[in-house]
Design a protein around this ligand. Structure first.
Ligand SMILES: *Cc1c(COP(=O)(O)O)cnc(C)c1O
Length: 370
């Protein structure tokens, strides 16, 4: 039995009628950019996330970029973030000529360590960008430390739609704004690229809305230099359908995570792999274990038809494009150890009990040499 890392065809099969109807509605209207579908999606997702405003944009990367543009981030500014994330988090900072300042992560959660945050904030810091990695929200102390320093928080919530933090607050509803991605593989995925900015700050929301359309309220009159960060109506229509199912899907991911923890413990594998801590509010965009001899385990699983992936093999301070910043091995040891040890297992909602068993049997056979 093959177990792919992710199989979106099963999800589509389950909701095909609703999706096809929504797509047909947009095609009939011939209204493809922004418009009523996008507005309806923005209202529905604002309610879902518990915020007053949501602005649909072209991707998760553009959500982060437009948020930092709205903060008027410029060359010479510093943005504090994690070195253990998808590249886009730091890429948008560099694109604006600003400098990412990294803070090491916590070993347990893989998220930015609030205990190390204050030391990284200085006079040039314009924002803190924590990432709710794998669908687990950052420690609420991150917001306390940033607020104490008077620095706004831009949440990279790309992997965390529907997640809640230790204080029960929704991802994207705590900082100045939240930035979401609807890349097809995310828990809420479009049929192409799409993203969103959430906020409770009306002034900030208004600014993001104009930056999304080249910086002007009135057509052909430009208050600021923005970009084309618009969301497609087709994506909004698909995402509206999927949003109705998101709570159930996130719940199914949590059930799968519980099953993995039980199966891995029952198989006596606790000395070889470490499962993620069961935090309330985690939505398991990824189920990431730490594994002894990770790369060989991954090859073994691949040979048995089991998908897995390494998010992420190289921390950002060691990326070639940031070499002039002078980062070197040993700077962020917790992130570097994570990069050597992490392995994401299949966790998508449609996985069957048999498939979960096949994955754990595959891991057991590797460590037992069978
Ligand atoms: C997916 C992702 C992004 C970027 O989203 P895109 O929609 O692919 O541009 C940014 N940050 C994190 C943590 C992500 O996982």
């Amino acid at each position: 039995m093959n177990v792919p890392l992710l199989d979106l065809r099963g999800q589509y099969a389950a909701i095909r009628g609703e999706i096809d109807e929504a797509i047909g509605r947009v095609v009939e209207s011939q209204y493809f950019i922004l418009g009523p579908e996008v507005t309806a999606f923005e209202e529905e997702i604002a309610t879902f996330c518990g915020v007053s405003r949501a602005i649909g944009v072209s991707s998760g990367t553009d959500a982060l970029l437009v948020a930092l543009m709205a903060l008027d981030v410029r060359p010479g500014d510093e943005i504090v973030t994690t070195p253990f994330t998808f590249f886009a988090t730091a890429g948008v900072i560099a694109r604006l000529g600003a400098r990412p300042v990294f803070v090491d992560i916590e070993a347990e959660t893989f998220n930015i360590d609030p205990g190390r945050l204050a030391d990284a904030i200085g006079p040039r810091t314009r924002a803190v960008v924590p990432v709710h990695l794998y669908g687990q929200c950052v420690d609420p102390d991150v917001y306390t430390v940033a607020a104490g320093a008077g620095v706004p928080v831009v949440e990279d919530a790309a992997q965390a739609i529907g997640a809640r933090d230790a204080d029960g607050r929704s991802a994207g509803a705590v900082g100045l704004c939240g930035c979401f991605s609807f890349f097809p593989t995310k828990n809420l995925g479009g049929f192409g690229d799409a993203g969103l900015v959430t906020t409770n700050d009306d002034g900030f929301a208004d600014l993001v809305e104009i930056l999304r359309v080249h910086g002007g309220e009135q057509r052909y009159h430009h208050r600021r230099v923005g970009g084309n960060f618009r969301l497609d109506a087709l994506q909004a229509a698909v995402l509206r359908v999927k949003l109705e199912h998101l709570r159930d899907w996130n719940e199914a991911r949590r059930r799968n995570a519980d099953r993995y923890r039980a199966l891995i413990a029952d198989a006596g594998l606790d000395a070889d792999v470490r499962t993620p801590v069961d935090a309330a509010g985690h939505i398991y965009h990824q189920f990431v274990i730490r594994a002894r001899n990770r790369d060989a385990l991954r090859n073994h699983l691949r040979d048995r038809g089991i998908g897995s992936e390494v998010y992420y093999p190289l921390p950002l301070h060691l990326q070639e494009c940031f070499s002039e910043m002078g980062g070197s091995a040993g700077d962020y040891p917790v992130a570097e150890a994570a990069a050597r040890e992490v392995l994401a297992l299949p966790i998508y909602p449609e996985l069957t009990e048999d498939q979960l068993g096949v994955v754990v049997d595959g891991i057991a056979s590797f460590y037992r040499g069978t």
